[in-house]
Design a protein around this ligand. Structure first.
Ligand code: HPA
Length: 276
């Protein structure tokens, strides 16, 4: 079977399995980043499905991430959330990382909300700040659309002039203002990890036009854009790469900082879903 055909068949099998597990039609998909998995508590859960039970689904390996799809209601809408995402540094291929996003689309999802923990290279940002992603740079991780184009999903050469939907960004900014949250807006640079950046690399990322750097999100955003989904994404700044001369970054610190910022992110996501 041709590569594209086989991949499409696997996606359809996963979607068919999930439709049997849960009868609702989710229109919003949510991906929870490192230390942000507790957001599932905001959802009126109607069904949980472990990744390992879903045909062809990858299984996540990193601590701080759970491994299940959560279906239910959030702000009156039917949603599906990934508690635990897949990262390139775990050894997955780019098309494995976006497999769940493509399945979401087949289930009915039109809007995708992404969250992540990221390191800042912008001197105005502090640990614990939230940043709305307005654009990204994806030159350092493989594009998930490389290979035969899956015509059923989208075009060979997708436009990326508005990878993060302007109208959702505007709504999120209004929500942030209403709550007196000081939310930044900036550019996310995707790297493979799993090493954090060297000081020279943080400088390079800043010079390249980035505000934050992280190991996720961009491949998911690309696959979602390919399929015509609207995307909104937010980073929690968990470390500041450039400002502290002797800064040593640990995964534990990243998880801690993400947990502290989680309630604000949860409020923004909840109210954004209500406004969609
Ligand atoms: N670099 C890359 N990924 C990250 C960082 C960082 O500083 N912090 C959290 N994820």
């Amino acid at each position: 079977m041709a590569m594209g055909k086989k991949a499409m068949k696997q996606l359809n099998e996963a979607a068919k399995f999930l439709k049997k597990q849960y009868a609702g039609v989710p229109t919003v998909g949510i991906v929870l980043g490192s230390g942000l998995g507790n957001f599932t508590e905001e959802i009126e859960v109607e069904k949980e499905v472990a990744y390992e039970d879903i045909p062809h689904f990858p299984v996540s390996t990193v601590s701080g991430h759970k491994s299940k799809l959560v279906f239910g209601k959030l702000s009156g809408k039917t949603v599906v959330a990934m508690a635990g995402r897949f990262h390139f540094y775990e050894g997955y291929k780019a098309h494995d990382i976006v497999f769940p996003i493509r399945v979401m689309k087949l289930l009915g999802v039109e809007t995708l909300l992404l969250s992540n923990a990221a390191g800042s290279v912008n001197p105005d940002y502090k640990v614990g700040d939230l940043m709305i992603i307005k654009d990204h740079i994806s030159f350092f991780t493989p594009n998930p659309l490389i290979g035969k184009n899956m015509e059923e999903l989208g075009p060979r050469f997708p436009d990326m002039s508005e990878p993060y939907k302007k109208s959702l960004i505007d709504k999120a900014k209004a929500i942030s203002v209403a709550h007196n949250y000081n939310v930044k807006e900036g550019v996310y640079v995707a790297v493979t990890g799993p090493t954090f950046e060297t000081r020279a690399e943080y400088v390079f990322i800043k010079v390249a036009g980035g505000d934050v750097v992280g190991m996720s999100t961009v491949q998911e955003c690309i696959a979602a854009n390919h399929m015509g989904m609207q995307v909104f994404a937010m980073s929690v700044v968990t470390d500041v790469g450039l400002q502290e001369v002797h800064a040593v970054i640990s995964h534990e610190e990243v998880l801690e900082a993400a947990k502290r910022a989680e309630p604000k992110l949860a409020t923004i996501f909840k109210e954004l879903v209500a406004a969609i």
